[in-house]
Design a protein around this ligand. Sequence first.
Ligand SMILES: [Zn+2]
Length: 129
Amino acid sequence: MHGDEGLMTLREIFEDELKAYNLAWCRGCEIGKSHSRGFVLDADKTMVHLDSEIGTRSSLYRGLHEIAHCILDEKGLRRFECEAQANSWAAERMRLLGISVPRKTAGKGRTYVSRMKRWGRNIRKGRAK
Ligand SMILES: [Zn+2]
């Protein structure tokens, strides 16, 4: 799938983003969390754990979402707020890069956040960031 390819591949764009923020990329390690889903450890926000070729717009969005967890201030935010914030950053970054976010991907992100929000307790309104 190379339908959205311009001068750079999506993968190269992702690697450039990692470089811009001095982040490392792990495709697989012993940490027992799903690399196919992607994650960032609170204890080490210099590493994006994600097993993906970043060959599609939705996987680029996924990758940018993980980058957002590394670079954004998440102190004091509830989990769903972190997710919403990372989604917004990824979407905005895609916009700036001139790559549209697939509607399905954006929808899935919203569903995930609202589900998490519903299940979370003591939801805080009007956060600053
Ligand atoms: Zn890893």
